[in-house]
Design a protein around this ligand. Structure first.
Ligand code: SAM
Length: 293
């Protein structure tokens, strides 16, 4: 692993450790879970055949591969902290015969990503974990050509995403589990539109556009599959319980998932933002929102 900023050390230990294992072992489930968001996100990215694209927090690389197919005469770089996810991403890109793609293990907050090297920076749920988001987005702005487009898919607030508290509460068994902070780092760090605007403009982007999208997230065709999957996601919290409490947590989780089982499998309402912003030609000029190429 290259240099990780101290503000991201805990995050890197998780993503290049137990969380990375869970994400690698359940790669297809994670992709299926948010599949309904993929097309609107890729439409917003508007990747062209000659685009040079950076995928931040690329994980197992589904978005990287989609970008590589679109940028057929350009290039795509995926950057992530997780050794195992990057290995899977490389294998899948090779299996699909994609030659215009590379993957780097690095902390996107501080890595040298080049100067004005990309005309698109995309991320599906990979930019909410930075310890110092202004530093991180400034680093991304440097890597983006003036007028280049940043396109992010991020969760809206925890209140807009009831799946999160449903799964956490199901395995709580009397524990008072802390909610992820709304100002991050964590899944809901970019849920507040004002915070997104403040962070991105401070980092050298023009006034961002936030488009709300509401889709159902998917956890499997039946309760057994969903239960296995969510149990893997909640492994850390479940492992802290004694046997009796763990059995209670599993029973509560099953009942919760059963309530959300319908004709399309186990699904929950959810909400994300598609955030689009341009790198300012002159980082000190905030007067021309979303101008440029
Ligand atoms: C929720 S996962 C999303 C993965 C992938 N974008 C997807 O949609 O499947 C978040 C990813 O962000 C990566 N990540 C978190 N902080 C990062 C950082 N500072 N630099 C690079 N990647 C980071 C994690 O390793 C993880 O793979």
């Amino acid at each position: 692993m290259t240099h990780v900023d101290p503000s991201n050390a805990d995050s890197a230990a998780g993503w290049d450790g137990p969380s990375g294992d869970i994400w690698t072992d359940n790669a297809d489930m994670f992709d299926a879970g948010v599949a309904r968001y993929l097309q609107p996100f890729l439409d917003a990215a508007a990747i062209e055949p000659t685009s040079h694209v950076l995928d931040v927090g690329c994980g197992n690389g589904l978005v990287t591969r989609e970008a590589a197919r679109r940028a057929s005469r350009g290039s795509v770089t995926g950057v992530d902290l997780s050794t195992r996810m990057l290995d899977l991403a490389r294998r899948r890109a090779a299996q699909e015969g994609l030659a215009n793609v590379r993957f780097l293990q690095a902390d996107a907050q501080v890595a040298d990503l080049g100067e004005a090297r990309y005309d698109r920076i995309v991320s599906r749920n990979g930019v909410m974990f930075f310890g110092d988001p202004v530093a991180a987005f400034s680093n991304l702005a440097r890597a983006l050509a003036p007028g280049g487009r940043l396109v992010l898919l991020v969760w809206q607030t925890m209140a807009d995403n009831p799946w999160f508290s449903a799964f956490r509460d199901a395995v709580a068994v009397g524990r008072d589990l802390p909610a992820p902070p709304p100002d991050g780092p964590g899944p809901f760090a970019l849920g507040d539109p004002d915070r997104v605007r403040t962070l991105l403009t401070a980092a050298g982007f023009g006034e961002p556009d936030l488009r709300g999208v509401r889709e159902r997230t998917y956890y499997g065709p039946d309760v057994d599959t969903a239960h296995r999957y969510i149990s893997a996601m909640q492994h850390g919290l479940l492992s802290e319980l004694d046997d009796a409490a763990r059995a209670e947590a599993h029973a509560t989780l099953r009942a919760e998932l059963q309530e959300h089982h319908g004709p399309d499998g186990v699904t929950y309402p959810s909400a994300m933002w598609i955030v689009t912003a341009r790198r300012m030609a002159d980082p000190d000029d905030h007067s021309s929102p979303n101008g440029g190429a």
